[in-house]
Each structure stands twice: as C-alpha cells, then as structure tokens.
Design a protein around this ligand. Sequence first.
Ligand code: ACM
Length: 263
Amino acid sequence: MRVGFIQNNPVFGEIGYNLSKIEPSLSQYTVDLMVLPELFSTGYHFLNQKEALRFSEPIPEGQTTQTLIRICNKNHTSIIAGIAEQDENRSYNSAVVIGPNGYLGKYRKIHLFGTEKNCFDPGNSPLKVFDIGSARVGVMICFDWRFPETARTLALSGADLIAHPSNLVLPNCPQAIITRCLENRIFIVTANRVGTEKRTPSNSLNFIGQSQVVDPDGDILYRASETKEEIKIIEIDIGKSRNKSINSGDNLFTDRRPDLYRL
Ligand code: ACM
C-alpha cells in the first residue's frame, strides 16, 4: 500500500488559494491514501466562534470537501484531510474521509487544544474506523495524540493505520507517536503544517512540521523537515499491523488485563 502526506503552509482564510496550491501536487502521484493537515484549507488560528463559523463549510457540500471528492475520483485515491466544519450554527474541527467513489464519512476532534475551545464545539460522536479497501483507517486530529485512549480505542476497533491531520505547536508529538505505534502495533501517518500565524500582536504560533510515517515497530519510515512544505509517499506493508504479537509468547491485545484497568 502506498501512503503519503502533504506538509503545507496555508494562507489564513484563503480557502480557494490553499486548495489550488495542493491540487496539482495531488494529481501528480499514485497513492492509495494521502493525509493532509488539520484545517489545511483555512489556516488554524481563528479568533472566536463567529470567525470560525464564517470560514467553516458544511460536509460534504462545502467547497473543500467537493474539491477533494473530485480529486479522489480523478486519481482513484483516498484522502483524509482536516477542515473547519459548519453544522447549522456550530463549527467543528473535523476531518473528512474520502475514497475513489466519494465521501465516506467524517471525524470531529474530541480533544480541543487551547484557543480552539473558544471557536469550535468538541466532537460528539464515537471514534470510528473506515474501510478504504487497502486498509482499515482510524482518524485522530492533532492534540488527540496526547490522550492515549484515542489511539488505543481506534486500534481496538480494528484500525491498521491512524491518519493524524495536525497543526502541531508543542515539540513532543513526533517522538511520542513512536510509543502510540509501539503500544498498539499500528501505523500512524501524521500530516503537519509549517509556518507561522500571528493573528494578534501578542500571540504568534509556530508550527513544527516533522510530518511522518511511523510503523508498528516504532520505526520512523520518514520524517519531514521542520520548516519546508513537502510531499512524501512511501510503500508500507499494512499486514504488519494485523499481527499484535511482539514475540512467540507475548501479544499486545490478548495479554491485556481490562479486568484490572480503570478508564
Ligand atoms: C493542536 O491540537 N492543533 C495543537
């Protein structure tokens, strides 16, 4: 299976421009699944709920989802991408899942980070796994990584791979994801952005790049730079994530002791 990510640097609020910039790159490659960053078509730092709502789009009717559906159809590929979702008078920090035959579903971020809490409603539906044909794929968005229950729930629900659209600002995630992969024996594809947003004089956000693909052994198959826009596609053996044994006597799933755990 061929998976990839786009590490972009969107211009805040310029949805048409940001979409037009990634479309030619997406059409150039043969890939089964491409992961795009969190809020990839709008930029990240909304100042309040009213502003988030102004740039949010209904799913799947909005411009961003419709553009991605057209791209997936034309290139026979799947895309998972973070977008600002409008649903009546609420906004969600969401990700859409699209396959070659169209829209498959969405995920609404459940662990909002910092000022996102002033702009979005938290996700309100259970974590889900999507079958895209070549793999069973779970979705988590950025700060969800910091709650190990997210990746664990997706792995226990049958995910081979987690698509992880991100706009990371804290430094720890790229290394911590290695542990998420090891403890669940899954692949994680983190698509992060680069660049800076300074929407108020006192608050400048610097996004740390380092998009990556990590395998079930915790090996970093590829990690991007901290500052440059980039596209990367690599071949993975998805079957590796379906074997939860770490040696002949130990298995990450059957050796669990849920009778003694507290959630
Ligand atoms: C984040 O969750 N965007 C840091």
